[in-house]
Design a protein around this ligand. Structure first.
Ligand code: AMP
Length: 281
C-alpha cells in the first residue's frame, strides 16, 4: 500500500496498471469510519486496485468554522486502510496539487438537483463537490467510483456530473452504514458529546417511523409529525425534513403511484450538523 501526496507520483504508480487492471476510486474527506471502509471493500471486490483520496475540500464548505473543525487524522486513516489489503493506493494531496493557484469552484447546472435540500441550506456546496470530483476523475481516470447513499443528493448529482462532463466511468451507490443504535456513521459524529450522540439517535428513529407510517399517512401528516417531535426535543434543532421524489429530488406534496420516495433530514446537535435519509417505498 502506498501514500501519494502529489499527482505526478500518483500517476507514475497508476499509469503502468491502467492497461490491464480495473481501477476503483473512493473519494473521502478522511476521518475514516466503517461507512468509508464499506465503500473501499466493495471497490476492492469489483476492481484490481483502488485509489482512496483523503482531502478536505475547501470549496464545498460554506461555513469556515465547519471547515476548520472538520476532523483530520491521516495517520489513523492510513493504518485503517492498510488493514484492508495491498491493492490500495492513497492519494492525500494539498489543495495546490488539485487546484493550482486558484481555489475556486466551477458554476454547474445540475438541472435542478442542486437547488433542493442541501442546496438550499449550503450555498455553493454542490459546485464545490462537482469541481473537486471533476478534477479527481480526470487525474485518476477510474473505471468505477463509489459513493455512499448517506449523501444521497450528492450521489444523484455525481451521476449528473458524469453525464454533463461525458466521463467514461461508472458511479456505484452504496447503502448507508449505521451504528447499532441506528445513527448513520459520519466523520462529524466524532465531534458529538456523549449526550448529543445519544440524542441524535432520534434522527434515524424518526426516519424509520416515517417509513412505517408512509402507506397509511399523508405527506403533510408525516411532515407535521416529524416537526412536532423535534420541537419537543431541546437538544436537537431540525433544519429540514422533506419527503422527496427519489429521482428528481423535488419535494413531494402528494404521493403518486409508481414513484419512489425518500425521506431526507438535516439536524443540528449543538453546532454539529447531521444529515440522514431513508427510502420509503
Ligand atoms: P466523506 O468523507 O464524508 O466525504 O464521505 C466519503 C464517502 O463516504 C461519501 O461517498 C459518503 O457518502 C460515504 N459515506 C459517509 N458516511 C457513510 C455511511 N454512514 N454509510 C455509507 N457511506 C458513507
Amino acid at each position: 500500500m502506498s501514500v501519494y501526496t502529489n499527482r505526478e507520483s500518483l500517476l507514475a504508480a497508476l499509469t503502468p496498471r491502467r492497461k490491464s487492471k480495473k481501477i476503483g476510486f473512493v473519494p473521502t474527506m478522511g476521518a475514516l469510519h466503517q461507512g468509508h471502509l464499506t465503500l473501499v471493500n466493495k471497490a476492492l471486490e469489483e476492481n484490481d486496485c483502488v485509489v482512496i483520496s483523503i482531502f478536505v475540500n475547501p470549496t464545498q464548505f460554506n461555513n469556515t468554522e465547519d471547515l476548520e473543525k472538520y476532523p483530520r487524522d491521516l495517520e489513523t486513516d492510513v493504518a485503517l486502510l492498510k488493514s484492508l489489503g495491498k491493492n490500495i493506493i492513497i492519494y492525500a494531496p494539498e489543495a495546490s496539487d488539485l487546484y493550482g493557484d486558484s481555489i475556486t469552484a466551477t458554476d454547474y447546472n445540475f438541472q435542478g438537483l442542486e437547488h433542493e435540500m442541501e442546496g438550499k441550506h449550503r450555498e455553493g456546496h454542490f459546485n464545490g463537490v462537482g469541481t473537486i470530483l471533476n478534477i479527481f476523475f480526470r487525474i485518476i481516470e477510474p473505471d468505477n467510483a463509489y459513493f455512499g447513499e448517506k449523501d444521497f443528493q450528492q450521489l444523484q448529482i455525481v451521476k449528473k456530473l458524469v453525464e454533463i462532463e461525458n466521463l467514461p466511468l461508472n458511479i456505484v451507490g452504496v447503502p448507508i452504514v449505521r451504528e447499532k443504535s441506528g445513527l448513520a456513521l459520519s466523520s462529524r459524529n466524532k465531534r458529538l458529546t456523549e449526550t448529543y450522540k445519544k440524542e441524535a439517535v432520534l434522527i434515524s428513529k424518526m426516519l424509520k417511523e416515517v417509513k412505517e407510517r408512509f402507506a397509511s399517512h399523508s405527506i403533510s401528516e408525516l411532515n407535521r409529525f416529524v416537526k412536532e417531535t423535534f420541537d419537543k426535543n431541546d437538544q436537537l434543532a431540525l433544519e429540514y425534513f422533506e419527503i422527496a421524489n427519489e429521482k428528481t429530488l423535488k419535494t413531494a406534496i402528494k404521493k403518486s403511484k409508481n414513484e419512489k420516495y425518500r425521506a431526507f433530514i438535516a439536524v443540528f446537535a449543538g453546532e454539529i450538523r447531521l444529515i440522514d435519509n431513508m427510502a420509503l417505498n
